[in-house]
Design a protein around this ligand. Structure first.
Ligand SMILES: Cc1cc2nc3c(=O)[nH]c(=O)nc-3n(C[C@H](O)[C@H](O)[C@H](O)COP(=O)(O)OP(=O)(O)OC[C@H]3O[C@@H](n4cnc5c(N)ncnc54)[C@H](O)[C@@H]3O)c2cc1C
Length: 332
């Protein structure tokens, strides 16, 4: 890797914006493929609120920050470079991509956006403070730890009925708090009742905790407290895709949200710009993000190899105009 302009500008093969599981997994595969990689990361992974991470083979129960710390160390061991901070702008100049983060400017042949998404929770007193501990989203990440306990479902969309039915797999004591979105329709109600799920229609006032800051219940506006040990809810998700949109990436609608469109290899509509993980896929939990990062790294490397071959041929063609003998000896 070559530094220019008082060490503030760097030329690399790939700049990865976002050092969560998706970005780091891609970075590891790419540095091992002997590519020059810089990862620029704002240090705000989506699951930073959770003390432990589950369902990640070989790492079940590990703190999420520890997975990232280990990943960074592995990547640095192969020569990968990290820049801490938020990327503020990206632009394309003569086929190369310019990425600015604080005082750093990175010139890259390819850009991989792995910037994740932001969760917006309903505005209920005490809810945000419990996010990642007493208030969670993913049954596969936190259902086991709540098995057989009283679980509240704070409904935020029609899919909350499915979330309640799913959680019934982990406990037969489920309370469905319907108030934020109104009554479930007759069919959904029949299905909830059939599985013994209690429907609570009264308005939720606040989340209750004990002196150790553990969630203990949901207080309703009439003063009654419903004891629950955990709340599963569905936050509104906002992909952190401003950089991709600023480059003109086309979007698609899925899961009721606008996402930057990618092909099966993670290519966006902007030449040489790729995306992976939660920024383009809400279903990408940690193992899926790790897998997608590795897969897309392979596709990016193959794309660079193709470009390297073309560049080598172009060099030889240019020489043949000057010295045909030398050019043909290079091809032998
Ligand atoms: C509370 C909670 C608990 C969870 N628990 C689990 C679990 O137990 N198991 C599981 O499999 N999944 C879990 N998940 C899901 C998990 O968080 C995501 O699957 C995972 O974080 C997605 O990885 P990612 O790399 O796409 O994004 P992220 O991990 O969110 O990483 C994105 C990174 O990009 C950086 N970034 C964003 N914009 C910029 C910018 N402009 N410049 C520079 N950097 C930028 C961010 O700072 C961040 O570090 C949980 C999610 C939540 C909300």
């Amino acid at each position: 890797m070559e530094n220019r302009d008082n060490d503030t500008t760097t030329d690399v093969d790939i700049a990865i914006v976002g050092g969560g599981p998706a970005g780091l997994s891609a970075a590891l595969a790419l540095v091992r493929a002997r590519r020059a990689v810089t990862v620029i990361d704002g240090g705000q992974p989506r699951n930073r609120f959770a003390p432990h991470m589950h369902g990640v083979l070989g790492h079940d129960g590990l703190p999420p920050t520890e997975l990232l710390r280990r990943g960074r160390a592995e990547i640095e061991g192969y020569g990968g470079v990290f820049v801490d901070g938020d990327v503020t702008s990206v632009s394309v100049e003569e086929g190369s991509i310019l990425i600015s983060a604080g005082g750093e400017v990175v010139h890259a042949r390819r850009l991989l956006a792995a910037t994740g998404l932001r969760d917006e929770l309903p505005d209920i007193e005490g809810l945000r403070e419990q996010w990642g501990r007493g208030v969670v989203v993913c049954p596969y990440c936190d259902g086991w730890e709540r098995r057989n306990g009283v679980i509240g479902i704070l409904a935020t969309s029609p899919q909350s009925v499915d979330q309640a039915q799913l959680l019934r797999q982990w406990s037969d004591r489920i309370v469905y708090f319907a108030n934020l979105i109104g009554e479930p329709d007759a069919d959904a109600e029949r299905r909830l009742v059939a599985r013994g799920i209690r429907i609570e229609r009264r308005e939720v006032a606040r989340i209750r905790t004990d002196q150790d800051d553990r969630l203990t219940g949901v207080e309703l506006t009439d003063g009654e407290i419903v004891d629950v040990g955990a709340i599963f809810t569905g936050p509104t998700m906002y992909p952190l895709d401003e950089l991709l949109l600023s480059l003109g990436a086309t979007t698609t609608g899925a899961h009721g949200i606008r996402w930057v469109a990618i092909d099966a290899d993670g290519r966006t509509s902007v030449p040489n710009v790729w995306a992976v993980g939660n920024v383009v896929d809400p279903r990408a939990n940690v193992p899926v993000s790790l897998g997608a990062g590795a897969l897309i790294a392979g596709a990016i490397n193959a794309d660079l190899v193709k470009e390297d071959v073309e560049a080598a041929l172009a060099r030889i063609n240019a020489r043949s105009e000057v010295d045909p003998e030398e050019a043909s000896s290079l091809l032998r």
